[in-house]
Ligand binder design. Structure first.
Ligand code: GLU
Length: 467
């Protein structure tokens, strides 16, 4: 067990976004890679925007991805006493003070600052007033006025911020609510977080946070700011680039391992390897190969990777992922052994689990509905004899192994003088209703004698009725 402690602190203001999930994954992988700890914290201080439904959606998405946390979930909304205590500490040590400037006055200061060619900032009017608590008073941080604050970032290198550019930011609002940068630092200190991997949209917050760590006498964590994920057009990732919610990918039939693989590769690399199993990611993930440029989200690549993961997964491991899709189509699929065989035939031809479930339908229904074009092209009077012949041949078989089946088909070919393709395609339509399916022998073997004969007979009847 190492002493690395990372965290994932989503704000519950909507579904879990793929970009946010990627940051969570980085923290989770780093904790798992180092044998450290991964903490989940719900940043719900913005009570107007935070909802219980979003919290549940985040849990659900993490659970589906198989991301387990070792500590938490902590809820910021339940930690107000701790934040109060830390405000007190900073007030007592002289690193914070009460300020009674009105919003209008602060606005004036900002304008003046700008007009003087400087920064729009609070000018420290109340710094030395020694005000005590009172109505309409906020608590401000007494920030260093000179010198520089350096962010030693594990991804970006050193970033220097001039302290003169920063101001005495608010720690606690007049209604007693603590501010974002303050609670993050208090949480990270009290939760023992020593490695913070997050989106580089937070870089500008970091100097303030570093100053707070120092004022509180706490050790600085390692910061790793990861470039954002962008769309193909290099714009900030949004709905028009494809589905954004992790749960949507679940619903579309993606494997969690494929989504994880894809998201992690968007900002981290290991040579030019693209395909990773979950355990391999854990084994290989490190901070030094996080990329410096933005990852570009490409739904087509994600789909292709999903197909690869489906193909690589043992059938048994796909069962729990596929079953909900089958159930939604009214298929109970209780026989696991049968389902495994079904999956094995569909793996090479399914890009998603949804596609796989749809393709599996013919294995489970007795009422085969022929696609109109397929029936018109392949279920014609000239195949009536070959179909009947095949039924007779199959009836004579004791075992439905591939070898036996081949023999039966060969005898029909011999008798009729037809090529395999001429027989296989009508048989395929008879058994599946479609012109594309897994290999004909595989299907016949899995469906078994009784069902195959019933379907071939039904197709023969269909042809007779039509003509
Ligand atoms: N709650 C913040 C967010 O969703 C995370 C802040 C952080 O990582 O420090 O962006």
């Amino acid at each position: 067990m190492s002493n690395i402690i990372t965290r994932f602190p989503p704000s519950p203001t909507g579904y879990l976004h793929v970009g946010g999930a990627r940051t969570g994954l980085f923290n989770w992988l780093y904790a798992r890679h180092t044998g450290g700890k991964f903490v989940l914290r719900i940043e719900d201080t913005d009570v107007r925007r935070s909802t219980r439904a979003s919290v549940d959606a985040i849990f659900e998405a993490l659970e589906w991805m198989g991301i387990e946390w070792d500590d938490g979930p902590y809820f910021q909304s339940k930690r107000f006493d701790i934040y109060k205590e830390y405000v007190r500490k900073l007030l007592d040590s002289g690193r914070a003070y009460y300020c009674d400037c009105t919003p209008e006055q602060v606005e004036e200061m900002r304008k003046r600052g700008m007009a003087a060619g400087g920064k729009a900032k609070y000018d420290g009017a109340c710094r030395e007033k020694g005000l005590s608590a009172g109505e309409n008073r906020v608590v401000r941080f007494k920030a260093p006025l000179t010198g520089a604050t350096v962010l030693e970032d594990a991804v970006k290198g050193n970033i220097v911020f001039q302290n003169a550019e920063l101001d005495d930011f608010i720690l606690e609002r007049s209604d007693g609510a603590p501010t974002y940068n303050f609670v993050v630092v208090v949480d990270d200190i009290t939760m023992g977080i020593n490695t913070i991997i997050r989106g580089d949209d937070h870089v500008s917050n970091t100097p303030k946070q570093i100053q707070l760590y120092k004022a509180l006498g706490a050790d600085l964590p390692t910061f790793a700011h990861v470039p954002m994920v962008l769309g193909k057009d290099k714009a900030r990732l949004s709905k028009r680039h494809g589905a954004m919610s992790v749960t949507e990918y679940q619903k579309m039939g993606y494997l969690p391992d494929a989504l994880i693989n894809y998201l992690v590769r968007l900002g981290w690399s290991h040579g030019d390897q693209e395909f990773f199993h979950r355990n391999e990611l854990i084994e290989k993930f490190s901070l030094d190969h996080i990329g410096k440029s933005a990852g570009v989200f490409d739904p087509d690549k994600l789909l292709a990777l999903n197909a690869e993961h489906i193909q690589a997964a043992p059938a048994a491991s796909l069962i729990p992922h596929l079953t909900p899709f089958l159930k939604a189509m009214g298929i109970a699929a209780e026989d696991q052994e049968y389902l495994s065989k079904v999956i094995e035939t569909l793996k090479p031809r399914s890009k998603t689990l949804l596609e796989m479930a749809e393709a599996a339908l013919f294995y489970y229904t007795d009422e085969i509905v022929y696609e109109e074009k397929a029936a018109r092209k392949f279920l014609k009077p000239d195949v009536l004899d070959p179909l009947n012949l095949l039924v007779t041949q199959l009836e004579g078989l004791n075992d439905f192994s591939e070898k036996e089946l081949e023999g039966a088909f060969l005898r029909v070919m011999d008798t009729t003088g037809l090529k395999l393709g001429k027989i296989a395609q009508p048989v395929r339509v008879a058994l599946t209703g479609k012109t594309a399916s897994p290999g004909i022998f595989e299907i016949v073997e899995i469906l078994g004698k009784e069902r195959v004969i019933a379907r071939l007979t039904a197709a023969a009847r269909f042809i007779e009725e039509k003509s």
